[in-house]
Design a protein around this ligand. Sequence first.
Ligand code: NAD
Length: 330
Amino acid sequence: MQIVLIEGDGIGPEVTQAACRVIEAVGLHVEWIKGMAGLPAVERYGEPLPEQTLEMIRRYRVALKGPCTTPVGRGFRSVNVRLRQGLELFASVRPVRSLPGIRTPYNNVDLIVVRENTEGLYAGLEHEVVAGVVESVRLITRAAAERIVRFAFDLARQYGRRKVTFCHKADVMRLSDGLFLQCARTVAEDYPFIEFEEKPIDTLCMELVLDPSAFDVLVMENLFGDVISDLTAGLVGGLGIAPGANYGQRYAIFEAVHGSAPDIAGKGIANPIAIIRSAALMLEYIGRRAEAQRIERAVLTVLQRGEGLTPDLGGNGTTATLTEQIIREL
Ligand code: NAD
């Protein structure tokens, strides 16, 4: 089995290696096709996302990806934004669930954040009008809006979810979110057996913090989804454990919600659980559900035991010792 591996930079190589070890240990032999992105690619090719890497993903269809630093102010566009747009990975999916052994204010969170990945303010349409005045375009199209809401409802149906909440700010952004909201309502009519709810994004933030158990599947545009993904990751224990996936019609890339964490890179203390759980989502996608479930169960057992966890989870373990424990549980 051939799968593209993008190690990324910062803590990327440390945590992706951990995920590869876990996949090997669950009994799957993967030939990793290594593609470069992020700072190592800037050094080698003079740009953070070389065309060769995009080509590899087009050829092999699926990639496991570590985080990539976007050098700020050097004229580079974010690797992630370019990957998502270049491969039409229109849906970002982040499952958020309370985990055993992790002390948080709530223990009953079980929701999925579905984020539109290709438009909104992250379309990258910015320009300087005159010196000192810049403008960013918030792009919303009917086609992309309907596509992401339909994706959210199909996901809800597939996983037995009962409610889809569409999040917006249509009272202020009357045209752009007005169109998105109209599209959401139209698509919702095709799924009368799943509850549909509309929620202004500011109200959603407050309600999520007061009672996250009230939510099931959340669907929203790009920037809102980016913010809500981190917020909900925080509700269940932080970025070190939050997995993610980006899906398109033809390709899929699996990556943790977190970034390259330069503050802890190279110290051997990055939490590998987020990328290991992302790898489990990848195995499920390619039809290896049994192996995916074994990995998720092993992670839960290790968390429940609560020994040797990495510092972000209050422990004094390392990336290596935590990975070892997970492998032993498989
Ligand atoms: P970050 O997610 O890298 O780090 C935020 C905080 O969370 C830091 O304190 C970090 O130490 C901690 N953290 C993150 N992942 C962790 C893990 N696995 N284990 C333990 N602690 C962890 O966010 P940032 O600092 O805002 O971004 C750093 C760089 O990463 C930026 O260049 C940004 O553009 C990039 N980034 C990339 C991606 C991606 O490639 N998917 C996503 C987000 C940010």
